[in-house]
Design a protein around this ligand. Structure first.
Ligand SMILES: *Cc1c(COP(=O)(O)O)cnc(C)c1O
Length: 402
């Protein structure tokens, strides 16, 4: 045992020396625009609870009611002990929301990516991924055993080159024996920029490929009623596999896939992260369904309006932000890991909590502060953030956003 721990200490020292060590920071309050941590109250610009629903009374009431009726735990996998009603109600609501035939929920967005990608692609197939897709998609791709090709971030020429290569392999008697699945995000989690989904759809149709779009950061924010960027760009019906999480703007936890009935039937039979995992607590599904109702309501619309106001305000008061930035995710690129840690520490000294994002969440040497604005922030909160940023801003702020 001592040598086991000594080895791990050695590895941890290696990370610390490179400014890559991560630690859990305990929070003694709910996730809101202010959090209590270490006996202090910090203004929170770290959360993906973009509409401030995680601690909303309607979501909490729905969770409490579900505990009352369905208990705390789910008993087993939904395939084993029966599938509790709150999951079905949520899936019907998700399908109606995404205007797809059906939807299927998973314990997390990570589990949704893992289950769906490994169910759809195998060793005979090709997966084509944007360079910046989420770790859960990368891990799923590796696990699937499919051939993996990565195209430069949002680069349509490179995507087409990869598609052309994939479409030309394994052809027998004029028939291609390989399926091609392109996977991208719609709003990128660490860069806050948007994928050119219309053009990507045109390319995947030209090469007869399938498309999966991870709308983790767009659901609830973009598109009519918060349906996502694919809806906003009018390509909803051309995306075979639509993915999202219930843990960000929807304020609860869980992940989902939306699409055809056939897709869901296949996933129920082949998605191992669904089949071999105990169903989430029914309270999570009930809270997510309340969140889904909320984002489609007048209140949801006014929350989005508020968020858009904060984004516009931040762009005007903070130096170096391009006017084209559209999302609520602002990466302040610092490059060096130590610089990012130092900047985050200085913000914390001023009672502002912003995470320093480092490898492996982003590439080595691409460390950044990742500021996320939410509908729960007030005008004064955003002014305070901009004031403190400008005050300690002796680093080069280089916004990368579109
Ligand atoms: C957060 C995230 C996920 C995973 O969702 P969870 O519900 O947090 O597991 C997947 N994809 C992207 C792009 C994400 O940002």
């Amino acid at each position: 045992m001592p040598s086991f721990d000594a080895e791990l200490r050695h590895r941890l020292d290696f990370l610390r020396e490179r400014n890559l060590l991560r630690e859990l920071r305990r929070v003694d309050s709910a996730q809101e625009s202010r959090i209590e941590t270490g006996g202090r109250t910090l203004l929170n610009f770290s959360s993906n609870d973009y509409l401030g629903l995680a601690n909303h009374p309607a979501l909490k009431a729905a969770a409490v009611a579900a505990v009352g009726k369905f208990g705390a735990g789910a008993g087993a996998s939904r395939l084993v002990c029966g599938s509790l009603a709150p999951f079905h109600e949520l899936e019907e609501a998700l399908a109606a929301f995404k205007r797809t035939e059906a939807a299927l929920t998973f314990a997390t967005g990570c589990a949704a990516a893992l289950g769906a990608i490994t169910a759809l692609a195998g060793p005979d197939d090709v997966l084509i991924l944007d360079k910046l897709v989420h770790a859960s998609i990368v891990d799923a791709a590796r696990l699937s055993g499919a051939k993996i090709r990565v195209f430069a971030h949002n680069d349509l020429d490179d995507l087409e080159a990869k598609l052309r290569w994939a479409a030309g392999r394994n052809v027998e008697n004029g028939k291609r024996k390989t399926e091609i699945l392109v996977v991208t995000e719609s709003v990128f989690s660490m860069d806050g920029d948007l994928a050119p989904l219309r053009e990507i759809v045109a390319l995947k149709e030209k090469y007869n490929a399938w498309l999966m779009v991870d709308e983790a950061h767009a659901t609830g924010i973009f598109g009519a009623g918060g349906r996502g960027l694919a809806e906003e760009l009018g390509v909803n019906d051309h995306v075979e596999v639509q993915m999202g999480t219930l843990g960000k703007a929807l304020g609860a936890s869980g992940g989902f896939i939306a699409g055809s009935r056939a897709l869901m039937d296949w996933l129920i039979n082949r998605a191992r992260s669904l089949i071999f995992s105990t169903a989430p607590v029914p309270a999570a599904a009930a809270a997510a369904r309340a969140g889904l109702q909320m984002i489609q309501s007048a209140e949801g619309e006014s929350l989005r309006t508020n968020l858009r106001k904060r984004i516009a305000q931040f762009k005007t008061v903070s130096a170096n932000l391009p006017p084209t930035a559209r999302s609520m995710i602002f990466p302040f690129m610092l490059g060096d890991e130590a610089k990012a840690l130092d900047a985050a520490a200085r913000l914390r000294e001023q009672d502002i909590f912003v995470p320093a994002i480092r490898y492996p969440s982003v590439a080595r040497g691409a460390a950044r502060l990742r500021i996320s604005l939410t509908a729960a922030h007030t005008e004064a909160d955003v002014s305070e953030l901009a004031h403190v940023l400008n005050q300690i801003g002796d680093w080069k702020l280089k916004m990368k956003n579109a």
